[in-house]
Design a protein around this ligand. Structure first.
Ligand code: NAD
Ligand code: UDX
Length: 434
């Protein structure tokens, strides 16, 4: 059995490498030639802990290759994992143009029975469209199956998530496709959930939207905490101790970003509406999330009064720790607002500065990329904490205080203890607690 992974972005590259590590023969392909060239050199085009090591190991083993030619990858494989992007369209729906393009190419290259596996996050009923597309473009009567195998990995822990999954969801409609996919994931036999395809597709969108709901819920509670003497961290702890609720994804702060939650919650709303089911619940979660930037900016203004001409250190630019990904990162929105207000910024992130530079190039008096968190803090009127990288939790806060022009910290992720910060002499603002 040979596997092709089509689209080697954040999900595809991890999928290709991990499937190869599980012992399968895998070929990865992508329309972006530089991603293929880098992968063949053993250098991932993204930062993801553990990925480079595993990529090199499996390239060396010889069961992992990357090719530029999509046709070649399709023709030489039995199972095709489609991992292309499904970005948001203006109306909130998922843009399926790349999935459709791949389906057509599969049809043109259908030289033997193949299982076309949706790994990209797609709206329920997508498999029907993929099937129709392949059927109407294929040149022979070779058989194929479509299946769904949604991916649940998180960026920053993608490799370990893939290799130690909570569950593997497989949506199929034939025994043959079922057997082939079960064989691929034999190692995780105890964690397999086999369903029909609509169900598998919906499990993915429902999971992501539910997690996003949870985050917006605690963020809404944090707004109430700010009007009272309640502490959102303790409220979250108290809630999370109930196993029916669970303690994860109750972190109040700047809200969720990234390439999944913001678009997936909108795509589920939209497909729901298209099928006659109202999803105002998700729309409100989205509104709460968008409001987080205003809440944070209000704190910045409360701390500085006038932002114009202030020097501001910004720590953490990636949408979450342990990744270089800045898609829908709260940092981008905050930076835009600060620049509009006329601030001068000293930015620092352990991995994402290269990506942010493409949006905000370095510019004297406006945007400076610092060499360290301490360099960022140097002579700044305030320090803003946007992403909770471990290294920020371990900063020498006395040193930071000495470097700042004013000892002001606005913490958008609640990584420090308010009482300790006061003891150290900071004017400290955080989320949903005093
Ligand atoms: P990405 O943009 O990083 O990667 C997609 C890749 O597909 C790109 O490299 C692009 O060049 C390539 N591509 C586009 N059209 C192609 C074609 N015709 N042939 C070959 N390659 C093509 O996106 P991603 O973050 O990897 O997400 C991919 C899918 O997985 C999305 O549907 C996303 O919602 C879903 N997903 C993402 C995550 C995540 O954490 N990023 C987790 C689970 C699921
Ligand atoms: C998410 C899902 O978790 C994963 O299962 C799916 O496959 C892809 O989408 P990811 O976007 O990589 O993964 O990161 P995640 O850890 O879920 O964080 C998403 C966003 O939510 C981040 O911006 C993070 O800062 C935010 N978040 C997370 C909170 O604001 N509070 C929390 O308590 C948890």
């Amino acid at each position: 059995m040979k596997i092709a992974v089509i689209g080697t972005g954040y999900v595809g590259l991890v999928t290709a490498v991990c499937l190869a590590d599980m012992g399968h023969t895998v070929v990865g392909t992508d329309v972006a030639p530089e991603k293929i060239d880098m992968a063949n050199r053993g250098t991932p085009h993204i930062y993801e802990p553990g990925l480079e090591e595993l990529l090199k190991k499996n390239l060396k083993k010889g069961n992992l290759t990357f090719v530029h030619d999509l046709d070649e990858a399709i023709q030489s494989s039995d199972i095709l994992f489609v991992c292309v992007n499904t970005p948001q369209r203006e109306d909130g729906s998922a843009d399926m143009v790349y999935v459709e393009g791949v389906a057509r190419r599969i049809a043109e290259n259908l030289n033997s029975y193949k299982v076309v596996v949706e790994k990209s996050t797609v709206p329920v009923k997508t498999s029907m469209w993929i099937k129709k597309t392949i059927d109407s473009h294929k040149k022979s009567d070779v058989k194929f199956d479509v299946a769904s195998n949604p991916e649940f990995l998180r960026e920053g822990s993608a490799v370990s998530d893939f290799l130690n999954p909570d569950r593997i969801v497989i949506g199929v409609e034939t025994e043959k496709a079922r057997d082939l996919l079960v064989k691929i994931y034999q190692k995780f036999e105890d964690r397999l959930l086999v369903t029909n395809i609509d169900t598998a597709e919906l499990i993915k969108h429902s999971s992501n939207s539910f997690l996003a709901l949870k985050i917006s819920y605690i963020n809404l509670i944090s707004e109430l905490c700010e009007k009272t003497e309640a502490d959102v961290e303790q409220v979250a702890r108290g809630m999370g101790l109930d196993p029916r609720i669970g303690g994860q994804f109750l972190g109040a702060g700047l809200g969720y970003g990234g390439s999944c939650f913001p678009k997936d919650i909108r795509a589920l709303s939209k497909i729901g509406e298209d099928l006659g089911v109202r999803f105002d619940l998700l729309k409100e979660a989205d509104r709460i999330n968008l409001r987080r930037i205003d809440v944070f900016m209000d704190k910045v203004k409360e701390s500085l009064w006038i932002v114009k001409e202030k020097v501001i250190a910004v720590l953490g630019l990636s949408f979450k720790p342990e990744t270089d990904d800045i898609r829908e990162a709260p940092s981008i929105k905050v930076i835009n607002r600060l620049l509009q207000e006329g601030a001068s910024l000293r930015l620092y992130d352990p991995q994402a500065m290269g990506n942010v530079k493409e949006i905000f190039p370095e510019k004297p008096q406006q945007v400076y990329y610092a060499k360290s968190p301490y360099d960022a803090a140097d002579n700044a009127n305030a320090l803003l904490l946007i992403t909770e990288w471990e290294e920020f939790k371990e900063l020498d806060l006395n040193k930071i205080k000495g470097l700042l022009a004013n000892p002001v910290i606005v913490d958008g992720r609640n990584i420090y203890e308010p009482s300790r910060m006061r003891e150290l002499g900071f004017e400290y603002y955080s989320i949903g607690r005093k």
